[in-house]
Each structure stands twice: as structure tokens, then as C-alpha cells.
Ligand binder design. Structure first.
Ligand SMILES: [Zn+2]
Length: 198
């Protein structure tokens, strides 16, 4: 029988993606055994995150500054904008250092099933960025899911009126493939062989 405090911690951890109740309990035990090292370190890191992370008001990235490090990086190509569904996708693409432009995070995907409408995503903010000028190419890097592709299609229509090259990730992404789960080789291939939206 575990104490109430330990139960509460295990329940909180079990809500993390990829962790079920069993692995959450194992993680709690692991942490308790390393109370002075791992547990203190984790508390410290969580506190820092809680205290300092903000959403970038330009691109939607999560960082310790607003505008974020990506938006303020002068070495990046200002004329190229890569639109992704989630912050995790931005991080996946950027981790692989495949795309040297800037990003725009939508905060989800259109979904009739989940009731996600265009106004629920950062689409107006995207259009405003494009309208402000200075952008030559928009890469629609949606997941290869039905909803991801519906979203890409919708965005391509909304962006049609601007003098832009609109491209999307190459086929060869596995169907249903979510960017965050792809290996860097597959991601690299998809970015390099990006093609105009037809
Ligand atoms: Zn940003």
C-alpha cells in the first residue's frame, strides 16, 4: 500500500503521453530511490520550465523568450516559412536541422470529428505574417494523416492569393505518419523533395 502522496504522484505521471499506470508507478519508485539526485534534478527542471517558458507570439513555439530563439535568429532564412501542426513538429524538424527558415505553429489540425475549426487554429496569425510581406515560400509540413492533409489543402486555398511558392512535404511520408515520430532520414527526404501544392 503506497501513501496518498505517492499515489497522487503516480496518477499525475500516468497522464503523461506514453506512460500508463504501471510505468508511472515504476517511475515513482525509481525517483524515490534516487531522492537526492534524480528527484531533486527533476523538481528543479520542472520548476524552471514552469517559471520561464512562454509561447512565442510570432510563431507559437514554446521557448524561454518571446519572440523565441528561432524567430530572433538572424542566420535563418527570413523568406521561407514552414507551417507545422504542433510545437513537437517544429522541434522534430529543427532537431534534424533540415529546414533553415522560420516556422509557424498552428496549434492543431482541422477536424470535423473533434470540432476543430479554422478559427481555433493560428491561421489568421499565419495570414497576417504572409501579408506583411518578405516571404517567398510557405512549406506546408502537416502530418500525413487525413486531417493533416485536409488542413494543408485548406491553407493552400487561403494562401493562393499571395505571390508565394507553396510547397508541401514529399510523398513517401508513411500514411498516418506523424512528423514527431519519424526518423531524421525520412524527414530529411520529405523536406528535400518537397513539391509545389497542386
Ligand atoms: Zn517564434
Amino acid at each position: 500500500m503506497a501513501s496518498q502522496e505517492i499515489e497522487t504522484l503516480a496518477t499525475a505521471l500516468s497522464r503523461l503521453p506514453g506512460l500508463g499506470p504501471r510505468s508511472a508507478r515504476r517511475a515513482v519508485l525509481w525517483l524515490i530511490k534516487r531522492r537526492e539526485t534524480a528527484l531533486v534534478q527533476l523538481l528543479d527542471a520542472l520548476g524552471q520550465v514552469q517559471a520561464s517558458l512562454v509561447e512565442c507570439q510570432v510563431c507559437g513555439n514554446i521557448d524561454t523568450s518571446d519572440p523565441c530563439g528561432v524567430c530572433t535568429d538572424p542566420r535563418r532564412d527570413q523568406r521561407s516559412l514552414c507551417v507545422v501542426e504542433e510545437v513537437a513538429d517544429l522541434w522534430a524538424l529543427d532537431r534534424a536541422r533540415l529546414f533553415t527558415g522560420k516556422y509557424h505553429v498552428l496549434g492543431g489540425r482541422l477536424s470535423a470529428l473533434d470540432g476543430v475549426r479554422p478559427e481555433d487554429l493560428a491561421i489568421d496569425r499565419l495570414l497576417a505574417r504572409v501579408e506583411a510581406g518578405g516571404i517567398d515560400e510557405v512549406v506546408l509540413a502537416m502530418n500525413a494523416t487525413l486531417e493533416g492533409q485536409t488542413t494543408a489543402h485548406y491553407l493552400a486555398e487561403r494562401l493562393e492569393k499571395f505571390p508565394l511558392r507553396i510547397t508541401q512535404l514529399a510523398h513517401g511520408l508513411p500514411v498516418g505518419g506523424e512528423l514527431d515520430y519519424l526518423d531524421e532520414g525520412t524527414l530529411a527526404q520529405a523536406i528535400r523533395a518537397r513539391r509545389p501544392v497542386s
